[in-house]
Design a protein around this ligand. Structure first.
Ligand SMILES: CC(=O)SCCNC(=O)CCNC(=O)[C@H](O)C(C)(C)COP(=O)(O)OP(=O)(O)OC[C@H]1O[C@@H](n2cnc3c(N)ncnc32)[C@H](O)[C@@H]1OP(=O)(O)O
Ligand SMILES: N[C@@H](CCO)C(=O)O
Length: 371
């Protein structure tokens, strides 16, 4: 891939499922074929990037990443992957998601830009999908993951684990494919995207689509893309990812030496950082998919849909999460038949607590995966 707006699709690829003796823990690619979308259209030739840890043949655990995450849950795992993962203390030998017991699988989300098919990927005509990339729903993303599970020969997950947008896919797995999910761990997520989530999402999307370098989504051949829009989108999002008390305690009215408010400088840092590792087109596709999230759509409503879940379920939220407030997880805990109440992660870090509070999250994951 030659576009300057991409992150990692040009890494060496290994396609297909693993074979006996293959190294595990390095990123691989599976060509899962055509994905039939909820809209009725078909996304052809889908590729998913994925990583595995542990031993093939063991009980399998699917870990689902959030909006801008990737398949690299834990690291370093080998050449090209010398970076830490986003849940480093959760997955490994003897850790809550124990690679001595389980085969752990994590795939980059459909529509993403960390190796899986997304707007920056080449369409069958050899040009980037860009504006032609179809609208995706969370169910479409799970449909691609189902094909990956089939390709890996995993009929039933011992457990499916996910936070935030990862939790949305976890729910869709458990509602749409109940016989394939034995245990479920849902963290900082909801049954449907709320009005406030949609509102914040719409502002982020407008920041990207109104960037003069967006070119209707067909910027991949240009020297620069809508990086300013992506930067602004991330800053808006990042405020919602943290809590009001945290921002007050950490930054208050402090200023940087150059006069900027420190909290603004902090947001700028996170905005700029994302532009170095993420594609704006993917950010649009993925936030639009999150907007589509409504587990009750076409299933008789949320309660009826959640009633289909047969998995033993642990549901947790974060007490300072203003983006996915606790009442949303309480709804899940009340309506999923196999849920054993609502667990609360105590944190000042707001929604990002699902990434930051790894000790508490690890203890919950251990319980969710218990025999
Ligand atoms: C499953 C998934 O979602 S995977 C994707 C997760 N990763 C991301 O989202 C990447 C973006 N990062 C984040 O969202 C958060 O940093 C987290 C959740 C990963 C970690 O949170 P924390 O450990 O609390 O980090 P925090 O929010 O304090 O940010 C620290 C950064 O802010 C910088 N920073 C702190 N104060 C300031 C300031 N006043 N001005 C500028 N930068 C600042 C630090 O230097 C540090 O930079 P670095 O990350 O480049 O080393
Ligand atoms: N920091 C997380 C928050 C979204 O849940 C991400 O970027 O994926």
């Amino acid at each position: 891939m030659t576009s300057p707006h991409l992150t990692s699709q040009d890494l060496p690829s290994v396609t297909g499922a693993w074979r006996e003796g293959d190294p595990v823990g390095s990123r691989r690619f599976a060509d899962v074929g055509d994905v039939a979308l909820e809209s009725g259209s078909v996304l052809p030739g889908v590729r998913l990037a994925y990583e595995t840890w542990g031993t093939p043949g063991r009980d399998a655990v699917l870990v689902l990443h959030a909006l801008t995450g990737d398949s690299h849950v834990v690291g370093p795992t080998g050449p090209g992957h010398a970076s830490p993962g986003w849940w480093d203390t959760l997955v490994g030998p003897g850790l809550p998601i124990d690679t001595d017991r389980f085969l752990v699988v994590c795939a980059n989300i459909l529509g993403g830009c960390q190796g899986s098919t997304g707007p920056a990927s080449l369409a069958p005509d050899g040009r980037p999908w860009g504006s032609r990339f179809p609208d995706l729903t969370v169910r479409d993303q799970v449909a691609a993951e189902v094909l990956l599970a089939d390709a890996l020969g995993i009929e039933r997950w011992y457990a499916v684990v996910g936070g935030s947008a990862g939790g949305m896919r976890g729910l869709e797995w458990a509602v749409g494919h109940p016989s394939r999910v034995e245990r479920l761990f849902l963290l900082a997520t909801s049954a449907q995207a709320s009005a406030e989530q949609l509102a914040l999402s719409s502002v982020q999307q407008a920041a990207i689509t109104t960037d003069p370098h967006f070119h209707g989504g067909d910027y991949y051949a240009e020297r620069r893309g809508p990086t300013n829009g992506l930067d602004l989108a991330r800053r808006v999002a990042h405020v919602a990812y943290r809590s009001e008390p945290e921002l007050q305690q950490r930054f208050g009215r402090e200023r940087e030496p150059d006069g900027r408010f420190s909290v603004a400088s902090y947001l700028e840092h996170h905005g700029t950082k994302l532009t170095r590792r993420f594609d704006a087109g993917s950010y649009l596709a993925l936030t639009r998919a999150m907007d589509s999230h409504d587990v009750g759509r076409g299933r008789g409503g949320v309660a009826a849909a959640l009633g289909r879940v047969t998995a033993r379920t642990v549901v947790a939220g974060i007490d300072s999460d203003r983006l996915y407030p606790l009442h949303q997880q309480r709804e899940l805990a009340d309506l999923v038949p196999g849920a054993d109440g609502l667990d609360v992660v105590h944190s000042v870090h707001g929604h990002d607590g699902f990434l930051v509070e790894q000790e508490q999250v690890g203890a919950l994951a251990r319980r969710a995966l218990a025999e």
